[in-house]
Design a protein around this ligand. Structure first.
Ligand code: RAM
Length: 875
């Protein structure tokens, strides 16, 4: 008995298509079947309003245009799909899936901004305020929606119950351009008669301190405010609306101070019992101020929210040198603690967080000025009190607990992992436990830094959306998690700020901090404008990302093209270069081996080429020609300026060769071959220790493998001496470090003032592990065609990568023993794989949808001679 089923369609990149901002959301579906070779021949889509496409002859199933009339605000539609196979098979209708739009037009917003009154205001990172309003419902409720956001951070309650499960709402966007709201179904929280809506409002990114060197406060304004619109439809069809305005009442609450960096202070004695329920007496509260706001800035989410994704129990209690109690959670995370405590009223428990220990004590120096300190003052009514801060987040593995009343029971403290709750799509394992741990560390660094925006690090006084970091990490990220919704929101902010400042800021959202400025275009970082949309397109097939970002992509390349003029060399101005290569002194991270002009020019050639391809895809023929020409000129200028006649790259650094080879900047096969040989020599001469920074690290293994030195790529990857990827793993790292030696071999913390233990940039090598080590790579946008070309080596005996592609789950795994290699490949429905067996003459095999097993003879140079018959066998 075979089965064939289309899964319920999905909308755009939404995990939960509720309160979406698209009036014509594109639809995708995957097909589950056990029919080998199944490929879609046709589909039918039906909407709940009766729209039906009829049978459409098409193999497409990813991001298809909305087949119905445009949706208005607050509209709900169900969709289902039925597929037909090339083999004549026909599936049943899929289950229905529903989407509902939010408020699509600025005129839908009647809510003002309710702000704590001036008399309550103090300096930033002060108390969180409570805001409340009672209202009466005339009859039974049919349906109710809360559309809500804030200047600041909010947690909203209705009748004593918290609405939704978003953490750090509304997240961080470039608030001057876009402020995200969320839609909640609150029907179940309301009742006929008396009701209350309330919110706790903290400063967060809006007015709290952000950034290094003392940072900036009041970045977006001095007054926080809640913007909420509660729309009630009664069972009889009539409606009512409750909005934020001057009728709301305000008072300080139990959160006496809240800051993203400093932490949260909570005095449970100050919680007014029942404050968000009807019947509460708010006579002593002050009226909120109704402030204007621009509803045109309010946007619906394109991706999932930050949530409490997982909780971790402590694995060990450690006693510090001064007798302090430190809990080890065994994993470096972004999140916070949840405690369960009982004790006398007014007693205060203190929680301090750090990523590492130094000399047995919390290593807080890398946090710089971020205090990362939460305090809880007990209500003390004789019962257990459960508390978790709500308006802060920390990057930590260890927590020091001071002032615990009585004996600390390990079960009383948990770490709550908080980050954007994306769908996991990729995984990797192999026979080397250190390498598998490195991969886990990459995943954890992604989790720690995908906290609404892609940040550099989650712990110190920084946590900024550094463009270069995500530019290099993009391919790994897009494999591990479905992050297109989240990153496309951030890219819209990037484009908006690029328009505002005239170049791509070094980090988005931009905050004026010094020593950096927002008017000096910087290679690799600014190239995120081109490379990241391209990466997302390649991995998802979503052409709209390119379409939307096109003005930003062209503005970036045009700006640099103008800057370099007829020289076509970008060798002047401010650059970060091959940031943090291992030779850069701790206090001069930009002082890397590779000439910053070489790096910048290589990236200009690369971005111009990607842009030419983008222009072609979008049908801009004239642009395509122009950018192709630019790419060619820059390439030629690079070659002339930086590559010798024999193929030696100026500066003779690993990164220089990796860039020139990977970006195709050297003319002539012979010169290229020489460059490849020289790179191999350099890597060997360095004892297979890494010599690259942020720029070269994602490229070096590919460059070596393409130069025919895959073995050297493995030796580099499996190196455990410092500097190397696995050095950190042998030092007990559970995340990827910012520096190759964030912790020195003797356990001391690197003296550089920039020393994070949770930075994903150097983890970009995970992409090579997926594509080349395991052999699962996209060959056409969205994995419509997959390239399976594993390069076993390094003494590994097996490896496995899985990825949920837009067409369904793909899998590649290989194992080898006694000179034989077995390769398992799972090809998703409607797609095809080009399979190259290692060690075989380069004759690719086409593999259609379904499971395949291949066997071939295979040995590493270091292996025993082949045993058994040679040749390919296909089961
Ligand atoms: C550091 C950040 C980031 C990097 C910049 C240049 O402060 O942590 O990783 O992109 O500098």
């Amino acid at each position: 008995m075979t089965f064939l089923r289309a899964e319920p369609p999905t909308f755009e990149h939404h995990l939960l298509p509720f309160g979406i901002g698209e009036s014509a959301p594109r639809l995708s579906w995957t097909v589950t079947t056990d029919i080998p070779g199944w490929t879609q021949q046709a589909y039918e889509i039906e909407l709940s309003d009766g729209t039906c496409t009829g049978r459409v002859e098409s193999p497409e199933s990813v991001l298809l245009p909305w087949p119905g009339g445009e949706l208005g605000s607050r509209e709900r539609r169900a969709v289902r799909v039925r597929v037909h196979g090339r083999d004549g098979s026909a599936g049943d209708w899929s289950p229905w899936s529903w989407a509902e739009t939010g408020l699509l037009d600025a005129t839908d917003w009647q809510a003002g901004a309710a702000a704590p009154p001036l008399e309550l205001l103090g300096p930033p990172d002060g108390p969180a305020f409570l805001l409340r309003r009672d209202f009466t419902l005339r009859g039974p409720v049919g349906r109710a929606r809360l559309y809500v956001t804030a200047h600041g951070l909010h947690e909203t309650e209705i009748n004593g119950r918290v609405v939704g499960d978003e953490v750090l709402a509304p997240g961080w966007t470039s608030y001057g351009h876009r402020l995200r709201y969320r839609t909640h179904d609150v029907t179940h929280l309301l009742r006929e008669g008396a009701n209350t809506v309330g919110a706790t409002l903290a400063d967060g990114w809006y007015r709290g301190r952000i950034g290094f060197r003392g940072g900036k406060s009041d970045v977006y304004g001095e007054r926080t405010a809640l913007i909420a619109q509660l729309e009630i439809t009664y069972a009889d069809g009539t409606t009512d609306i409750v909005v934020t305005d001057g009728t709301w009442r305000c008072a300080p609450g139990p959160v006496t101070a809240a800051s993203l960096y400093e932490g949260e202070k909570y005095d449970a004695r100050l919680l007014p019992a029942g404050w968000s329920r009807p019947g509460f007496d708010d006579a002593t509260w002050l009226p909120a101020d109704a402030l204007p706001h621009d509803p045109a800035l309010l946007v619906a989410p394109t991706g999932p929210q930050v949530r409490r994704v997982e909780t971790l129990d402590p694995v060990e209690t450690i006693t510090g040198p001064d007798g302090e109690t430190i809990l080890d959670f065994g994993q470096n995370i972004s999140g916070r603690l949840r405690i369960r405590v009982q004790g006398p009223a007014g007693h205060t428990v203190t929680l301090r967080h750090a990523e590492v220990l130094e000399n047995g004590a919390l290593g807080v120096r890398p946090l710089r000025t971020a205090l990362a300190l939460d305090t809880y003052t007990l209500r003390g009514d004789g019962t257990a009190e459960v508390w978790e801060p709500r308006f802060t987040v920390h990057g930590f593995r260890y927590a020091q607990i001071d002032g615990w009343p009585g004996e600390l029971d390990l079960a009383a403290v948990q770490a709550v992992v908080c980050h954007t709750d994306m769908r996991r799509t990729g995984d990797f394992t192999c026979s080397d436990p250190l390498l598998t741990r490195l991969h886990d560390n990459v995943v954890w660094s992604m989790r720690g830094n995908f906290v609404d925006i892609p940040t550099d690090c989650p712990q110190r006084d920084e946590r900024l959306g550094w463009t270069g970091d995500i530019q290099v990490f993009g391919p790994a990220a897009a494999f591990l998690y479905d992050c297109t919704g989240m990153l496309s929101s951030w890219l819209q902010d990037l484009a908006a700020e690029q328009r505002q400042y005239g170049t791509v800021p070094l980090y988005v959202p931009w905050v004026d901090l010094g020593p950096f400025t927002n008017d000096e275009p910087t290679a690799v970082w600014g190239d995120a404008a081109v490379v990241l949309p391209w990466t997302l397109y390649r991995r998802t097939g979503d052409l709209d990302v390119l379409r939307r970002q096109y003005p930003s992509m062209t503005a970036w390349v045009d700006q640099i093209a103008e800057l370099v003029g007829e020289s076509f060399l970008w060798d002047e101005g401010f650059q970060l270069g091959d940031w943090l290569d291992p030779t850069a002194p701790p206090d001069r991270p930009f002082d890397a081996q590779t000439d910053p002009g070489l790096v910048a020019t290589a990236y200009l050639a690369y971005s111009a080429r990607l842009l030419a391809e983008t222009a072609a895809l979008l049908g801009h023929a004239e642009d395509e020609r122009r950018y192709q020409e630019l790419a060619g000129r820059v390439r030629a200028a690079f070659d002339a300026a930086y590559v010798s006649l024999e193929g030696k790259v100026a500066g003779d650094s690993q990164t220089g060769y990796a860039l020139a080879l990977r970006f195709g900047l050297i003319d002539g096969a012979e010169r290229r071959a020489h460059a490849g040989e020289r790179l191999v020599e350099l890597v060997r001469a360095n004892g297979h220790r890494i010599g690259t920074g942020f720029v070269g690290t994602p490229l070096i293994c590919d460059a070596l493998a393409e130069a025919g030195a895959c073995d050297d790529a493995y030796r580099l990857l499996l190196q455990t001496e410092c500097p190397s990827w696995l050095y950190a793993v042998t030092m007990g790292a559970t995340t990827v470090w910012e520096r190759w030696d964030s912790m020195l071999p003797d356990g001391a913390i690197n003296p550089g003032e920039m020393t994070s233990f949770n930075h994903y940039a150097l983890g970009a090598v995970a992409d090579w592990m997926h594509r080349t080590l395991a052999g699962l790579a996209p060959a056409a946008p969205g994995y419509r065609r997959m390239l399976v070309r594993p390069r076993p080596g390094g003494g590994l005996t097996h490896a496995r990568a899985t990825h949920v592609t837009p067409y369904g789950r793909a899998e590649v795994s290989w194992e080898r023993s006694s000179g034989r290699l077995t390769l398992h490949v799972l090809v998703p429905p409607s797609t095809i794989a080009t399979v190259h067996l290692p060690g075989e003459p380069d004759e690719p095999i086409e593999a259609g949808p379904g499971r395949h097993v291949f066997h071939c003879a295979f040995r590493n140079p270091s292996d025993d001679p082949v045993s058994g018959p040679g040749g390919i066998r296909r089961d």
